[in-house]
Design a protein around this ligand. Structure first.
Ligand code: DX5
Ligand code: ZN
Length: 214
């Protein structure tokens, strides 16, 4: 069965604990935590100190999605703040060696590591790192905002990642515009983890919303 990772970007931060409890009771598997720096994406969200607070009140796996320009500069802070998995964007790195250092560093601290591709970035850009990744995050919207429409080219990337998997252990995650309909398309394509922000948090019945994704 797929895992569902509600994105707290769509939560109510004045009621964060209540929202975290609610998604856990409604069957969420992971918490997806979107970090935006106003440079890599044209939006600012939150940093590591809120993650540290979340870790104190939730035992769910903390799936950190860094949409920032200098992942290496902040990775330690997110590790100390109890990230379970740290995913950075391949587009945020300038050299192959930087990517390798990032992957190695995160693994050395005992934390899972992922790479993400924007809608226009091909899977070939991360192919050489696949052996070492715990997760590949396929963006199905331009990163930066919740509530956008799913872009279908994500489906062929999910299929491509399934074919490339062979003996590799990475999970395939998709993020952006996920609802019952697009979630089903992604499941059929072979996805392992569905991120859903607005669909889960704005639902009248969050349990039904999460169930409809599984
Ligand atoms: C977008 C973020 C997503 C976002 C998804 O840049 O990476 O995780 O919260 O939101 P929805 O599910 O509303 O598209
Ligand atoms: Zn995200």
């Amino acid at each position: 069965m797929v895992k569902v990772a509600p994105s707290v970007l769509s939560a109510n931060f004045a009621e964060l604990k209540k929202d975290l409890d609610s998604i856990r009771e409604c069957g969420a598997d992971w918490i997806h935590y979107d970090v935006m720096d106003g440079h890599f994406v044209p939006n600012i969200s939150f940093g590591y100190s809120i993650l540290n607070d979340i870790a104190k009140v939730s035992d769910l796996y903390l799936d950190v999605h860094l949409m920032i320009e200098k992942p290496m500069q902040y990775v330690d802070a997110f590790i100390k703040s109890h990230a379970s998995l740290i995913t950075a964007h391949i587009e945020a790195f300038h050299h192959e060696q930087e990517v390798k250092t990032f992957i190695q560093y995160v693994h050395d601290q005992g934390v899972h590591v992922g790479l993400s591709v924007k809608p226009d970035t091909p899977i070939s850009s991360i192919q050489q790192y696949l052996d070492d990744l715990d997760l590949v995050l396929v963006m199905s919207v331009e990163p930066g905002f919740g509530g956008q429409t799913f872009q279908e080219q994500a489906l062929s990337k999910i299929q491509e990642l399934c074919q490339l998997k062979q003996n590799r252990h990475y999970l395939i995650e998709v993020d952006g515009g996920i609802n019952a309909t697009t979630g089903q398309l992604c499941r059929e394509a072979g996805v392992d983890v569905l991120v859903a922000g607005s669909y889960v948090f704005n639902a009248e019945n969050r349990k039904e919303a999460i169930d409809s994704l599984k």
